[in-house]
Design a protein around this ligand. Sequence first.
Ligand code: AMP
Length: 203
Amino acid sequence: MGPPGAGKGTQAKRIEKAHGFPQISTGDLLRQPDPSRPDLKAAVEKCLASGELVSDEIVNQLVDARLKRADCSGGFLLDGFPRTVEQARALDGMLSNAKRRIDRVVVIVAPADVLLERICGRRTDPVTGELYHLKSKPPPADIIDRLTHRDDDVPDVVATRLAEYQSKTAPLIDFYRQRDLVTEIDGNQSMEAVSAAVDKVLS
Ligand code: AMP
């Protein structure tokens, strides 16, 4: 868990590579429209464009289907889900049906100005999926032309995403703290330092 720009995606991708757990990012799932559900397309696109959360019902269905796939049988890493208490309750139901449990909730925190700076400079390589930052992790010159910038990584939309995080997602930290599952990590340090802190939790 953590606000947009905290480094969840970067860490999740790294853990996926190092440990083989699939990274299940609801943001990524929502950005790839489900061809079998054309009825959901407009509602999802509207939320992605504005920075508001997609409805719990839609997101819970997506995650439920994703967790039933074979690659999750040895464990998985949720990135950006749950984001509301309602989603956390739905996740409890999915996990209890599958006789599984949450091992740890890692929360990465960073101040709002740092998040905004990181998000606005963020670029993705569509070929490799690698994330870059124009200042702190500059991409190689030969791939610059093919990099993409997410439509919601712009100041107005980021402001809504941060407000959604504060009002709907931050309260979840207490929900999991009451179960003694939370480890908080300072995301306002070098990527290597954040990675080391995350690895300590995993080990
Ligand atoms: P992300 O890639 O995690 O930054 O998510 C991008 C956007 O997808 C968010 O701003 C929301 O509109 C939507 N989204 C991602 N995950 C969720 C979720 N768990 N619940 C509701 N909306 C979500």
